[in-house]
Design a protein around this ligand. Structure first.
Ligand SMILES: NC(=O)c1ccc[n+]([C@@H]2O[C@H](COP(=O)([O-])OP(=O)(O)OC[C@H]3O[C@@H](n4cnc5c(N)ncnc54)[C@H](OP(=O)(O)O)[C@@H]3O)[C@@H](O)[C@H]2O)c1
Length: 336
């Protein structure tokens, strides 16, 4: 009999999530039925969307999230023992998967880890998974970047942002990142190949952006929303494109006291900007295209990645909060 550990939501998050909002419980798993297989988690992803999306689920739900897991028992020949899968199984150590039931909130069934050679399997939660495809499709399909243009990326030193900037460099853009520490700025410029980086916590963003992008901004990949986005949008060029990927600056806020709307319309109208929100699952039917292209760029040495790894399932909550506060550079991961 296998015992699974899982984190269950017992209080909805209000402002900053608290450890007492989740409860660690144990569950005895039943024997496998035909077609089922049992997996043991190896790596967990902690992502900003969890802060928001879990509010749509009833209390008692296992905390949502993706993981890479190893198949340790199987009654399904397509999912043999020893192979690894990627799936939205939540914050739980062991899971029985019934392939015919799709109970994933992300509308994506668990899938076998693609062949990524000797690269770490955790990359399937980052650069070769959901964040990587968010960068790939969000940038190409929404910003429609052209060589020689200038792009600004907020949340630039995180999983999605650091990836977007590197693809933009591959495509020949001038790349400016905005992030929350000098160390992250240095990393973006010296290791990720960004042209400039702005620390929004210590620098006057509007003035600094005018200095480093005197020709204006053509594309804005927005991960954070709020004041930073207002500043960038007022420095955009005619027919600029804004990809609205996320708004992490508001995720912990009291929604009743948020400003209802910043006045962005003059920027949008005057420069005839196009602003579009997206969710990466829009391109589920092209998922492998993104993974294969990102893998190729890694193999060619054009795409680099960093993971901030926290060890231990018991530290899931700290890793999650740390990521929301900016402790991570690149992708935040928990190793089971
Ligand atoms: N639309 C989609 O399909 C999709 C898919 C994946 C992710 N997303 C969104 O993309 C964004 C980035 O996700 P990610 O997984 O790559 O996370 P991440 O950037 O790796 O981690 C979150 C980062 O947000 C920054 N941050 C926190 N509070 C902030 C604030 N008040 N203002 C500015 N920055 C703040 C922190 O970095 P600093 O140190 O720089 O503050 C932190 O490291 C999120 O908004 C997420 O919801 C959307």
């Amino acid at each position: 009999m296998v015992k699974a550990k899982k984190y269950v939501l017992i209080n909805y998050f209000v402002n900053q999530p608290k450890p007492t909002d989740l409860k660690l419980v144990e569950e005895e798993l039943p024997p496998l039925q035909d077609e089922e297989y049992l997996v043991e988690a190896e790596y967990f992803s902690v992502d900003p969307y969890m802060r928001l999306y879990v509010l749509n689920f009833p209390l008692g739900t296992t905390m949502i999230g993706g993981q890479v897991a190893k198949i340790i028992e199987s009654k399904n020949p397509t999912f043999p023992v020893g192979k690894r899968i990627v799936g939205y199984l939540g914050w739980r150590t062991h899971t029985i998967i019934s392939p015919n039931i799709d109970n994933s909130f992300a509308q994506q069934k668990p899938y076998l880890l693609p062949d990524i050679g000797d690269l770490p399997s955790s990359l399937s939660l980052g650069v070769l998974g959901m964040p990587g495809n968010t960068a790939y499709f969000g940038l190409l399909e929404i910003c429609k970047p052209k060589s020689g243009e200038t792009i600004v990326i907020s949340g630039a030193a995180g999983a999605v942002g650091s990836h977007v900037g590197q693809i933009a460099k591959i495509l020949g853009l001038n790349v400016i990142g905005i992030c929350g520490s000098d160390e992250k700025c240095k990393w973006l410029v010296e290791e990720m190949g960004f042209d400039f980086a702005i620390n929004y916590k210590t620098m006057p963003v509007a003035a600094r952006l005018r200095e480093v992008a005197p020709q204006g901004v053509d594309c804005y990949f927005d991960n954070v929303g709020g004041d930073i986005s207002g500043i960038v949008m007022y420095q955009m060029n005619l027919f600029g494109r804004v990809a609205v990927c996320g708004s992490i600056s508001s995720y912990d806020a009291d929604t009743s006291s948020l400003p209802k709307c910043a006045i962005l319309q003059p920027a949008l109208v005057t420069n005839q900007l196009k602003m579009e929100g997206f969710i990466v699952r829009r391109w589920l039917d092209r998922w492998n295209e993104g993974v294969i292209q990102n893998l190729q760029w890694i193999r060619e040495g054009k795409l680099r990645y960093r993971e901030t790894v926290t060890k231990g399932f018991e530290n899931m909550f700290d890793a999650f909060i740390g990521m929301l506060h900016g402790d991570n550079t690149g992708k935040a991961i928990v190793q089971a």
